[in-house]
Design a protein around this ligand. Structure first.
Ligand code: MD3
Ligand code: FE
Length: 221
């Protein structure tokens, strides 16, 4: 379903088995080489905990080594996740019969190239975690973002490209849901105002909390 131009929501895209498999990978990634942590923004640790693949994210910057954690290089971005991201985008593109492209016309040529995400931010939300309204601008590329949710349902707030406030719409994202953000939605403000504790389906691989995987193209070399 199209939530906004370039923003597509596919509820229940992942099977329970796929969710449980991804949840098991999440547990491995969280242990290291760079352990999962709350990034520090303006001196405050985020309530959402993040572990990265490919490139390490901290506010305003991507680096190969986690200089703000333990200096270790993050795990490589797995080939299977490149294929998963391509599959997600291809399915959405074929369903909507349209291009789900880049945010800016200047990169229109690149939109023809195959989607090759090189970084994943894997977020963990406990019952109290929230993510304030923000734009994702730290990537040089404006290629689409592919998002997968596992575990508890959350309220996802999808706004506009101008400011943190109205107009926005609230959507409940559940375990297994796919979201793709391309075109004009790539730079929209968005956030997670709440999670609904204890709503994860049996068999999704998470007893508590919520995991979100976002695949991105940093545009870095
Ligand atoms: C819309 N994560 O990691 S995923 C983030 O559920 C982030 O953990 C949220 O926002 C989460 O930056 C929301 C949905 C999402 C991700 C990236 C986007 C929406 C987006 C980038 C551009 C526009
Ligand atoms: Fe974001």
């Amino acid at each position: 379903r199209e939530v906004a131009p370039g923003a597509y929501w596919v509820p229940g895209w992942l099977t329970l088995e796929q969710q449980a498999w991804l949840a098991a990978r999440f547990r491995e990634w969280s242990a290291g080489p760079v352990p999962i942590r709350g990034a520090v923004v303006n001196g405050h640790e985020m309530s959402v905990k993040t572990v990265c693949l490919g490139w390490h994210w901290r506010p305003y910057q991507y680096t190969r080594e986690a200089v703000d954690v333990n200096g270790n290089r993050v795990l490589d971005f797995p080939d299977w996740m490149v294929r998963l991201g391509r599959k997600a985008l291809a399915e959405v593109r074929s369903e909507v019969g349209a291009e789900v492209g880049f945010a800016e016309e200047t990169e229109a040529g690149l939109a023809e190239a195959e989607y090759t995400p090189d970084t994943a931010l894997v977020n963990y939300y406990d019952d109290a975690a929230r993510m304030g309204m923000h734009q994702d601008r730290d990537e040089v590329s404006r290629a689409p973002v592919v998002s997968l949710s596992i575990g508890d349902t959350c309220r996802f707030r999808f706004g506009n490209t101008e400011n943190r406030g109205q107009p926005y719409q609230d959507i409940d994202l559940a375990s297994g849901d796919l979201f793709v953000f391309g075109g004009p939605s790539r730079l929209a403000y968005h956030g997670i105002p709440k999670v609904y504790p204890g709503t994860a389906p049996r068999g999704c691989g998470l007893d508590r909390g919520r995991v979100n995987i976002t695949m991105r193209v940093t545009g870095l070399a």
